[in-house]
Ligand binder design. Structure first.
Ligand code: NAP
Length: 353
């Protein structure tokens, strides 16, 4: 996986008071409404999670909606804990997954778990992730907020699966073909959320943003976002189209994009952290969340997700997995509410110096 980026090293520590105020005023966000759960059922879920081992925590009874919800672009309501579709692919994220049946089962379990936001990209597989999503979920009905919201991406190609580089390709005609082919594979008439997977540094950035504007104008996509961008790039893009989401590399142990996250928070833009589990590293013993996980009787993966959810009301994590048990474990993190003290201890451990 190419995780190249071109960003600022920011030191902005999270400011709890400012975030609480933002959560209170909304900024287009329905922060942690707990979706009709009574205090006693939440407490029961926490108790269940505390009793669980590592596998199917609380038997899948926790709903992702317990993480609260977010209005993407002001009109797409989703639970604030989604699913990332990169792991629906084969080795090197190329070709069909080794356990295809389980991939289908994972996707069909999502509505039962309250997950209605699914991230994918044409480059995953390539095409395989989008194809499996449509095979499993068309017509995308029966989800917590009605239909599933599928977010996909284009503009990042895979010339060779074995020599890692993913290559930016931002030619507007090519981007339009990306959109049209994603529409075909996903069996959609309009894509609810489309991301430019990477800004192509070989072309003027405005040319790529103007292409995105035209996709919205033509009705091919409803909302658009950017991936792996700086605050300056988001500001430049916002002069041309409304940036609904930003998807940057971010997790408990990788905090380079604090400034981008704060900018998104200030502007009501959803921040979708990719590698929310540090590509699996944060699920292992010995990581920053391990001690707290043991103390609370939950797993390090769940602490990493719970920390993200508390970090900002605009945070929309999309942990990826190829295992049903891990999906249920990850969704159960929606019911884990870290105290301010727990949050700050983890924050201090991992804050960039
Ligand atoms: N915009 C971008 O440039 C970009 C880049 C990368 C990813 N993404 C998106 O972000 C999503 C999330 O990132 P990611 O999937 O690459 O990484 P991730 O969510 O940080 O971690 C996924 C890895 O963690 C493991 N895992 C997941 N849950 C686990 C659990 N409860 N216990 C133990 N292991 C667990 C998975 O293995 P198992 O399969 O065995 O569970 C997998 O190896 C992707 O799926 C994709 O949609 C976007």
């Amino acid at each position: 996986m190419d995780i190249r980026d071109n960003h600022l090293d920011e030191k902005n520590a999270p400011d709890l008071a400012r975030r609480r105020l933002l959560a209170a005023v909304g900024a287009g966000i329905a922060a942690a409404p707990l979706m009709g759960m009574s205090a006693s059922s939440i407490a029961q879920n926490l108790t269940n999670a505390g009793k669980a081992t590592t596998a199917s925590l609380n038997g899948g009874k926790t709903s992702a909606s317990q993480a609260g919800e977010f209005l993407i672009g002001g009109d797409l309501r989703v639970s604030r804990l989604g699913y990332g579709g990169l792991q629906l692919t084969g080795p090197h994220k190329w070709g069909e997954p080794e356990r295809r049946e389980e991939a289908i089962q994972i996707l069909r379990r999502l509505p039962q778990l309250g997950v209605d936001f699914i991230d994918t990209a044409d480059a995953y597989g390539p095409f395989v992730s989008e194809e499996i999503i449509s095979e499993a979920l068309v017509p995308y009905q029966g989800f917590t907020h009605g239909k599933a919201i599928i977010a996909t991406k284009g503009g990042f190609v895979r010339p060779d699966p074995f020599t890692d580089p993913w290559v930016e390709l931002g030619n507007p005609d090519y981007l339009q073909q990306c959109v049209r082919m994603s529409l075909r594979r996903l069996k959609l008439e309009r894509i609810d959320l489309w991301h430019l997977h990477r800004v192509d540094p070989k072309l003027p950035q405005t040319q790529q943003y103007e292409a995105i504007h035209s996709f919205i104008d033509k009705g091919l996509i409803r909302h658009a976002g950017l991936s792996e961008v700086t605050v300056e790039q988001i500001k430049a893009a916002r002069k041309i189209f409304p940036v609904a989401t930003v998807q940057n590399h971010y997790n408990l142990s990788f905090r380079k994009h604090e400034a981008v996250l704060n900018y998104c928070e200030d502007n009501g833009i959803a921040f979708i952290p990719w590698f929310p589990l540090a590509n699996g590293d944060l699920t292992k013993p010995g990581g920053p969340g391990d001690t707290l996980a043991k103390a609370r009787g939950v797993t390090p993966a769940q602490i990493a997700i719970a920390w993200l959810l508390k970090r900002s009301p605009v945070m929309l994590p999309i942990p990826g997995t190829s295992r049903l048990t891990h999906l249920e474990e990850n969704v159960a993190a929606a019911s884990i509410k870290l105290t301010d003290r727990e949050f700050e201890q983890l924050d201090r451990l991992t804050r960039p110096s």
